[in-house]
Write a protein of this length. Structure first.
Length: 374
């Protein structure tokens, strides 16, 4: 049997997943073929393309200023007819609609993989209504998380044709980097950065509007007033990086470090006490959990599905979506060392659950079920 996965791009963080999925399927006598687009336009600017020697990479024509994309493999799929095609659940993917329209004349079965709806738009938006409408025509649905699975079932998709994959990335290399850091290195790094004696908050990720950086900066000023010696490390880059830089000019306890990778990134996590991200939360929580840091966020209405992994009272903190509420939650947490240590233990436990191995197994088992469902 043969399964084809279509991807608009192959980001580097997906390479371990597809390598593991190929091995899983091969152990069940199933061939996996991955076809993905070459980086172009906005994708190329991310500079995060991955490579797999056995995958097929090809240019993907785009329309409407890259808002629509076409995978030029329709003739190949109709001729070779794999047992299952898995494509991203995205309104921009024109190949999805071609395969669904041609089911009656021999097109292969199509499964979709995605968020169920666009989490950065209103649930009832036109785009989300369309997305759910054509989802119901798919043979199977691979949901990023349990919550996504529940959403699509509530919208009318059959529960027996949904697999929750528990989206994850491979954090093994990051865990190794953390394990190699010594207490002396942490002390030296603190001294080099001129950090105060108090606790350290860490922001690590893209710096753009959805991350709510102004809210974070307003909140940490209030926290600093109540928690003497507080520090904030800002790691990452993006169009709103200048907001951290401007704040640091008058608040030298904010350290803007730019992008950090490998051991340098791990050192920042090893020094920190709490991971702060009041705006859009996604897969960054997995790095935080791996480092044993609780995630402090807010009830921001447009989080990615991985926000489900943050469990207040177990591995994180979630406050109302406002700077005063966020500040109050952080102050309370930082003034209760026992609670902070409890959340750190919960974060480490969560790191052991949300693994790339679990995702590969969940996805692989879903493929087996989809192939056996007629």
């Amino acid at each position: 049997m043969r399964v084809v996965v279509l991807q608009r791009a192959l980001p580097h963080y997906r390479v371990p997943f597809f390598a593991g999925l190929r091995t899983f399927l091969a152990s069940h006598g199933i061939e996996l073929e991955l076809i993905h687009g070459l980086p172009a336009g906005a994708e190329a600017k991310k500079q995060d393309a991955g490579h797999l020697p056995w995958a097929t990479a090809l240019p993907l024509p785009t329309l409407a200023q890259e808002r629509l994309v076409w995978h030029p493999v329709l003739r190949q799929l109709l001729g070779q007819k794999p047992d299952l095609v898995i494509a991203e659940q995205a309104n921009r993917n024109l190949i999805n609609f071609a395969l669904l329209a041609l089911r009656g004349i021999g097109a292969p079965r199509l499964a979709l993989w995605g968020h169920g709806r666009n989490r950065q738009a209103a649930p009832g938006s036109a785009g989300n209504r369309f997305k759910l409408a054509y989802l119901k025509q798919a043979h199977w649905f691979f949901a990023y998380t349990q919550g996504v699975a529940q959403d699509v079932v509530a919208a009318g998709y059959p529960a027996d044709r949904v697999t929750a994959v528990e989206n994850a990335v491979d954090t093994a290399a990051f865990a190794r980097d953390l394990a190699q850091i010594t207490s002396r290195e942490v002390v030296d790094f603190r001294t080099q950065q001129g950090l105060g004696p108090g606790p350290t908050l860490l922001y690590c990720g893209g710096m753009y509007a959805e991350k709510q950086i102004p809210l974070l900066l307003e909140a940490v000023q209030q926290v600093r007033a109540a928690v003497p010696g507080l520090n904030l490390l800002a790691v990452g880059a993006g169009p709103e990086q200048h907001l951290f830089a401007q704040a640091a000019q008058s608040m030298p306890w904010i350290k803007v470090l730019g992008p950090r990778f490998g051991p340098d990134k791990a050192l920042c996590f090893a020094l920190a006490d709490v991971f702060v991200m009041p705006g859009l939360v996604g897969l960054a929580v997995l790095d935080s959990f791996t480092a044993g840091l609780p995630v402090a966020t807010t009830q921001y209405p447009f989080h990615s599905p991985e926000i489900e992994y943050v469990q207040p009272g177990h591995n994180g903190l979630m406050t109302a979506f406002s700077a005063p509420a966020y500040a109050a939650g952080l102050i309370e947490l930082l003034q209760q060392p026992d609670q902070l240590n409890h959340l750190k233990a919960g974060a480490r436990a969560s790191a052991g659950y949300y693994t790339i191995e679990r995702m590969v197994n969940n996805f692989g088992q879903g493929i087996l079920a989809a192939l056996n469902h007629f």
